[in-house]
Structures are given as C-alpha cells and as structure tokens.
Design a protein around this ligand. Structure first.
Ligand code: GAR
Length: 207
C-alpha cells in the first residue's frame, strides 16, 4: 500500500474527491495517510480530520525563506514515509529540493489544459479569468508530475470542459472542478499507486 500525502491551502474540494474515491475503493494500491496545509485555517484540514486523516500545518511565514520552508516540507514528507505527494490546491512555492527528493513522485492538479494558462501567477480563479479574457471555447484540467519548472512536468491526464456563454470565473471554475478535476485527480492517483505510469523523454506512458 502506498502512502499518499496531500498538500492543501484552501477549501480542499480536490482532497474531498480523493477521500470519496478512496472510500469507494477507487484508489487501488494507496491510502491517504497525511494532509499538510500551508494555512492553519484551511478548510481542507477539517475535511481530513472528519475522515480520521493525520494533519500537519506548515506556514511559509514561520520560516526565514523558501529554502528553509522547502527543507521543513521535505523533512515532514520523509517522516510521513510519503510514496506519493499530491498538490491539491497547494498554493505555496517550494524549491527544487522537494521535487529532487521525490522525483516523479509528486503530482499536481491544474485547472486548465496545460500548456495554456499555466506557470507563474496562474492559480485558482486567475486561471479562469485569463481563459475567459482570451475567449477560449474549451478549457479543462490537467494532472501532471511536479518538476522544478512551474506547471511544466510530464502530463498524466487531461480532460476538456466547454466554456459557456456568460460564464464568470466562478461558474467556469465550478464546472471544471465538477467535470474534470474531481475525476482525473483520483484516476491519476490510482494509476500511480498501481505503478501504471512511467516517464520517458519527458512524457508519460500509461499502461
Ligand atoms: C483547484 O481548482 C485547483 O486546480 C487549483 O486551485 C483550486 C483548489 O481548490 N490549483 C491551482 O490553481 C494550482 N496552480 P480546492 O482547494 O477546493 O481543491
């Protein structure tokens, strides 16, 4: 059984999708063993506690710089014996020591079809604001491995979602979560836990 550690910063609906999928038996070969939040008041922590999952809080401003924060995160993940680390709406920057310690063992869910609307500054509602400003007719979500470059790691799964006339960033975010993120994140986690994803030449192969 692989130990899954989930990193969160906010509401934690993606964490909830993972918890629900695990309860339905859809995460084969893995279980969520710890949730680590970058904010003490993240509602995601309540979701973890309600489901008997161990929690930790690591707040960026308690550390001198990003290097010290990333070291603390690495130490916590090693203590937790993490086999897979999932960024589920985790909004705090970590440096490359974390992905170097856990190469191809960290995955992120991003609320757009990478390589569109991704990279520095594209997070949360900003992603959907940018998609609507561009006038795209289709957006969606991407699950990918985390590498040192923001949102640039090998893509595991993607799902497209239609943009509708009159969408606001909030309505588009909700549709993308419901139709894409909450589905492909648990699927990708389950594929990983069954050792069905390999990375070759910067792209993934799913067996
Ligand atoms: C989700 O839409 C997630 O894709 C996004 O933040 C939201 C978190 O919601 N992540 C990013 O933008 C990362 N670049 P949640 O806390 O309810 O899961």
């Amino acid at each position: 059984m692989k130990n899954i550690c989930v990193l969160v910063s906010g509401g934690g609906t993606n964490l909830q999708a993972l918890i629900d999928a695990e309860k339905r038996g859809e995460i084969q070969g893995g279980r969520i063993t710890c949730v680590i939040a970058s904010k003490a008041d993240a509602y995601a922590l309540e979701r973890a506690k309600n489901n008997g999952i161990r929690t930790r809080v690591l707040v960026r401003k308690d550390y001198a710089d990003v290097t010290a924060y990333s070291k603390a995160m690495c130490d916590a993940l090693i203590e937790e014996k993490a086999d897979l680390i999932v960024y589920a709406g985790f909004m705090t920057i970590l440096d490359e020591q974390v992905c170097n310690t856990f190469p191809n063992r960290m995955i992120n869910v991003h609320p757009a079809l990478i390589p569109s609307f991704c990279g520095k500054g594209f997070y949360g509602l900003h992603v959907h604001e940018a998609a609507l400003a561009k006038g795209v007719k289709v957006s969606g979500a991407t699950v990918h491995f985390v590498t040192a470059e923001c949102d640039a790691g090998p893509i595991i799964l993607q799902k497209a979602v239609e943009v509708q006339q009159g969408d606001t960033p909030e309505t588009l975010q909700k549709r993308i979560m419901e139709q894409a993120e909450w589905k492909i994140l648990p699927q990708a986690v389950s594929l990983f836990c069954q050792d069905r994803i390999s990375v070759e030449n910067g792209t993934t192969i799913i067996r």
